[in-house]
Write a protein of this length. Structure first.
Lengths: 379, 112
């Protein structure tokens, strides 16, 4: 497994997991106890103004959309704090910067001692919002589909002529980089490219853009697909990009690390695990308010794994319910086969591989050593 | 010890010949019969729309069912189908396509 990447601010682990720093939860899980997730990945809305060709949210429509009002979102955080959730990532399923709850949610989480990260296209993350949230965030990962304006606009918006979305994003990212430096904020700023096999020509321009922006890292990751192969990702083609990806990593500088998520790219279509234990540690919540073990199950197709909606009842009650634990037990039972019944490479992939190897006795999860890596509460 | 570890590498059951050798129509009828007998499990009428030889059973709610109920209803129905017909059956609901009009311009089609 790839070691941590050393940055100016500490060890950065993007291509692995951090369960070693949460062995209290691992031990409780091993003892068969009901555990609180270490982290929650969620969105504050299903809405998004982009139309990224790689977007998994296209496959995540549940049955009904609920509006997440700020007061409800803050109560959700109170419930997270009450049960011991350590981090929240505003990622996937929708563009959270569009939600009214965005700023108060991040500020309230910070007050409660819950670490918050955010993945965003930055189009609506204007300087005023950046000033309000950046001091409270542990990391921000900007989705940047390509390093060239025309390519970016083609992949993320209506066509190559719409480069204004690229310019707008770059302006906001540069503002965040500048504010971090001016105010010496402990936030990590990165850009992310979701690599589809046909985007090989975008790899090096993307890495160069990362260096030009002066962000802390530029990461290149695989593209997930569902088990129906809706996006048509051919995982066999990633191998042919190996040399280009190595070349991109070699462009790393003292300021900006170019990182490839090799493990996910190599693991491709079929996971090593049949049982899906990861969601007990890393739960996902839809921008519709739907609580389901993983974003892979947000679509109505997987309604048997839908647990509740936090806009209709308190999350605390959902977490305590038999429904929650029945869904988790189902994923850990022979009734469920992660190799055939879900999409590829879920957010819980690294964690699920580690837990599976732990349970099989292949590689036990050992307590981590100091110093702790960056973002230790984000699995 | 977590009891689920016993099943960490157990293959999921696959449907036997008694199911696989039926026609599509016969499988659908058998599923609908079990659903009919288990009507008390569901808050809303449930319709079987497909029952494939590989054990995938596609259902449809006639009216929307709340998020706090649909998981329980469908897992209960799946348990009934496994016990009454074949342990290799798996229940799914009809998939929904993306409601985002902008993203829909991409032309990605969600297979039902």
């Amino acid at each position: 497994m790839t070691a941590a990447v050393q940055t100016r601010e500490g060890a950065l682990i993007l291509d692995s997991h951090k369960l070693s720093y949460h062995t209290d939860r691992v031990q409780a899980w091993e003892a068969g106890e009901r555990i609180a997730p270490v982290g929650v990945d969620m969105s504050l809305t299903r809405a998004c103004g982009a139309m990224c060709s790689f977007c998994y949210a296209m496959m995540q429509e549940s049955q009904a959309r609920s509006s997440i009002k700020p007061a409800i979102a803050l109560k959700l955080l109170d419930d997270f704090a009450a049960i011991g959730v350590r981090s929240v990532s505003l990622v996937s399923d929708g563009e959270s910067t569009l939600a009214k709850a965005y700023v108060p949610f991040i500020q309230h989480a910070s007050r409660l001692g819950i670490d918050v990260g955010n993945a965003t296209n930055a189009w609506e993350l204007d300087p005023e919002k950046i000033e309000q949230v950046l001091p409270h965030l542990t990391w921000v990962r900007f989705t940047v589909a390509a390093g060239r304006p025309e390519s970016y606009a083609r992949i993320m918006y209506k066509g190559p002529e719409h480069t204004q979305v690229f310019e707008r994003a770059m302006e906001h990212i540069r503002y965040a980089v500048d504010l971090k430096r001016r105010s010496r904020l402990p936030v990590t700023l990165g850009i992310q490219m979701v690599l589809m096999p046909q985007l090989r020509d975008e790899i090096l321009p993307f890495a160069q853009l990362g260096l030009d922006l002066g962000v802390d890292y530029a990461v290149i990751k695989h593209c997930s697909d569902d088990e129906q192969h809706t996006l048509g990702i051919d995982y066999s083609q990633y191998e042919s990009m190996h040399a280009l990806l190595v070349q991109a990593e070699a462009m790393s500088t003292e300021q900006t690390k170019v990182i490839v998520k090799w493990d996910k790219i190599k693991d491709g279509e079929k996971p090593s695990y049949r049982r899906f234990h990861g969601p007990q540690f890393l739960l996902q919540i839809s921008g519709s308010g739907l609580v389901a073990p993983s974003g892979m199950f947000f679509n109505a197709r997987y309604s048997k794994l839908h647990i509740g909606n936090f806009t209709e009842e308190r999350f605390l009650d959902i977490w305590k319910s038999d429904r929650y634990w029945r869904a988790m037990r189902y994923l850990a039972s022979p009734a469920f086969d992660a190799q055939t019944m879900m999409g590829t490479l879920p957010i819980q992939h690294y964690v699920s591989v580690a837990l599976d190897n732990h349970a099989k006795g292949i590689a036990r999860i050992q307590p981590g050593s100091d110093p702790k890596p960056l973002h230790v509460n984000f699995l | 010890m977590n009891e689920s570890f016993r099943d960490i590498d157990t293959p999921s059951p696959r449907p036997g010949d008694g199911w696989r050798l039926l026609s599509d129509r016969e499988r659908l009828v058998r599923v609908q019969q079990v659903i009919g007998m288990a009507a008390g499990l569901s808050d809303a009428p449930v319709l079987a729309v497909a029952a494939q030889a590989d054990g995938q059973v596609m259902l449809k709610f006639e009216v929307p069912v709340a998020a706090d109920r649909r998981g329980t209803v469908l897992l209960d129905l799946e348990r009934e189908l496994k016990q009454s017909i074949d342990p290799g059956l798996n229940v799914w609901l009809e998939a929904l396509g993306d409601r985002n009009s902008l993203r829909n311009l991409r032309g990605i089609e969600i297979r039902k």
